[in-house]
Design a protein around this ligand. Structure first.
Ligand code: GLA
Length: 392
């Protein structure tokens, strides 16, 4: 469906279930090109926003009633709450993300003072690792800022609010990358962000003779949240042991050379591998961006491949389906690089593929995947899109 068709069907649904008309907003999902599991380690990331994402139609009310519905869930069944009891979570319910944003705003001193009606629709497949939840959070922060006139909330604050909602309200202790990409994305550009200082640069990401191809393994990353928090704790424990010699607060502050010289300070072998990934991946991300600036897609692609190997073997956040998709991609001429993207445990791969090799890649991956796993992967050939914005 085109954006126009999406908005038309949402407007009709909004009138049907809530009555009247509202204002439309959009926030994108993201794909991370390289720099995985580095954001909560104070390292670098290199994501771009997608043109896929989540839409909302919203209308403020005069009373204290909040009504939320999503066209993706239970045929837009309405969940009702009030400005006084929105903090009551239901385990696993999608509104926890949106409730979390109202809470994060309150914590920032921006109290939602009256009710509203909102209808959502998202075209990112849920559980695919393309940040459908971050887009939902950033979108909610955006429209609440707009309808309640929270002028002190900046575009970057939308990212912090979304992260706070996910981390402290929903309970997935995520880094800033996904919400940052959703809020700050730019058409045809990727963002090189240093999460320690929040300094960032936009880099053009339109590749000469090649495209970004996302492959959805259709394995939902359900384990992601608990395993994610474990990885994060393992990295923090490794920092503590490295503190015997290095005055650091995050693994991103350590060079590859320093890590190699002193990794034995980390007593546990598993934690050592986790830390190795974080330090090396940060270094790879910096080198990959240098390569891209020099128009060297071949080196960029090789670093993507190394990133995958490290995520598979040292960080252990991949799964057999994804490892196969990546290994099969590596065999095809014209594939510059291919790796798992996002939090892991399923979801998608991201590949850079020469224009004339894309159909061969898709046909091969589809046939082999169908034969081995009896399910069909989905492919999205993407270009970077705009960050969260009001449509009107
Ligand atoms: C998830 C988190 C991000 C980031 C990635 C891994 O998407 O939300 O903050 O840590 O995993 O790179």
């Amino acid at each position: 469906m085109s954006e126009k068709e999406i908005l038309e069907s949402m407007k009709a649904k909004f009138t049907e279930i809530f009555g009247g008309e509202g204002t439309a907003y959009f926030a994108p999902g993201r794909v991370n090109m390289i720099g995985e599991h580095t954001d909560y380690n104070g390292g670098h990331v290199f994501p771009c926003a997608l043109t896929l994402g989540t839409y909302a139609i919203v209308k403020k009310r005069d009373d204290a009633v909040i009504r939320m519905a999503s066209m993706n869930i239970d045929d837009a069944k309405i969940t009702e709450m009030s400005v006084d009891n929105y903090e009551e979570k239901t385990e696993g319910h999608w509104t926890n993300y949106t409730r979390g944003v109202i809470w994060a705003l309150k914590e920032k001193g921006c109290k939602v003072s009256s009710g509203f009606d909102v209808l959502y629709y998202g075209n990112i497949p849920a559980g695919s690792g393309l940040s459908s939840s971050a887009s939902l959070e950033v979108l909610t922060a955006l429209y609440l800022k707009d309808i309640f006139g929270f002028d002190a909330v900046s575009q970057l604050d939308l990212a912090y609010l979304g992260q706070k909602a996910e981390s402290d309200f929903v309970g997935m202790k995520c880094g800033i990358m996904d919400q940052f990409a959703s809020a700050m994305g730019k058409e045809n550009a990727a963002m090189f962000l240093e999460t320690d200082t929040m300094k960032f640069d936009y880099l053009p990401l339109v590749l000469d003779g090649a495209k970004i191809v996302i492959t959805n393994s259709m394995v939902k990353h359900e384990l992601a949240s608990s395993e994610y928090n474990t990885r994060r704790a393992e990295c923090e424990a490794a920092v503590k042991e490295l503190n015997k010699k290095h005055d650091i607060t995050t693994l991103g502050q350590l060079s590859v050379e320093e890590f190699d010289a002193d990794c034995e300070l980390i007593s546990d072998e598993t934690k050592r591998r986790r830390a190795k990934h974080a330090v090396y991946e940060n270094d790879r991300t910096i080198r990959a961006v240098e390569a891209l600036k020099a128009n060297d897609i071949t080196t960029f692609g090789k670093l993507m491949n190394e990133s995958h190997t490290s995520l598979r073997d040292d960080y252990e956040v991949s799964c057999p389906e994804i490892d196969d998709l990546v290994a099969w991609a590596w065999e095809i001429d014209g594939v510059y690089g291919s790796r798992i993207t996002g939090g892991g445990f399923g979801g998608c791969t991201v590949s850079i593929i020469a224009d004339d090799a894309i159909s061969k890649y898709q046909e091969t991956a589809k046939a082999r995947y169908m034969e081995k796993y009896s399910k069909e992967p989905e492919f999205y050939v993407v270009t970077p899109g705009e960050g969260a914005h009001k449509i009107g």
